[in-house]
Design a protein around this ligand. Sequence first.
Ligand code: ZN
Length: 442
Amino acid sequence: MPEIHPIRVRCPDSYPPCYSTGRGDENGLFNQWHELELEGSARYQTQLDRILASVNHFIQPSSDVETFNTCAIPPWYQHDVDVSVSLSSKEEEAINHEALFERIRRDPGQMLYYTDGSMLDKHVGAGLVQMQDGKASLNHSHSQYLGTQMEVYDAEMWAIQKAVALSITSNSTSSTSHTQHLWIFSDNQSAVKRIAKPTPGPGFNLVISILKHARLLENRGIQLHISWVPGHSDVEGNEHADRLAKEGTTLQDDTREAYISLAYLGRMVKNQRFQEWQEQWKTSIVGRSYQGSPTAKFSPLAKELSRHQVATLTQLRTGHGYFNSYLQRIPSAEVASAFCTCGRKHQTPEHLLLYCPLYSKERKEMARALKPIPLTKTTVLYTLKGTKALTTFLQSTNVATRQWILRGSQENSPDEDVGNNGWRGERVGWGRLANTDENGET
Ligand SMILES: [Zn+2]
């Protein structure tokens, strides 16, 4: 522990100057977090170093990374900013907005800004414009460059913050003005919603700044409204802010406002992990019976199928499920042989789906539904069309389910209480097959 460690500073009696944990790095045993990983397994002095090292492609000790004080706003804090995101469709909201805009522009006690963020070729920019007498005011518009390590979300937040800050210095919000309402319109829902929920996280400093300025406005008797306006809906102010934000992405000489945002780091780390996972998968031996490839998206099938159906499908894919080839390996299942009830071959997913003579009638149906795609293990388990045909096959045969195994698996009576969206509502999970009451995990 270094002498300047906060614990040592706070507790000098417990950790006198001569104190040593013997874990100092005098011999240079450990890697520095910002050094690129060397060959072999890297060792870091602390967990924090190890975590930091996992993002050292993106940040270095000299980097200007977004930081915030987690205690800046107490959790019970309630602000008076009127934040609104309409639940109507974009089209409806565009019409509503037009009416609102007309009302605001005719009322001298109201002022309004449009804000936007943009990313072009990794360069991020923000734009904002005040509307006066229904027109974009060139004297009250702003474009800002925000570097290449921020997200559009950050730019949107930045633009809202800038608009509120600018309004404070404007004559129209001075204590002698008649302004009572300040409106800010952004086309980014997550940015608008972020302000409604001022909890620590990406963009927190901008939220804090917005709320501080809102308080100043309130002291001058001005209510701040932050609202969502649909983008690309021919709302003039929004289109104007969009152009200004795009212009901001080109002002690359001015990097004063650029930093590395947490939202950006989050996205990069996620991408990096996903790539690593895909590389790992290529050479992985474990889990290879599952022939799909890694994806961050939920399978579209999972939305249509019931939980039981998804479970059966996964079990058929992985080879771990209610069929003798697997159960025979589980002692508590008390299945003595891997052979199928047809007596011909081992009862594997492949055998059940493609060859078992007990289900040839249903299999013909499946093959017909699949045409012109040939019926193979890969097409039924890993293609969308295949899994749809498979769903019908499983519904009519009930194979590879707990009930099917319990009934001795040779029965094939499709007219028995088939649920609409599950194959006969059997329960999912492992357990002693002989004991129908229990459903415990093994
Ligand atoms: Zn068979």
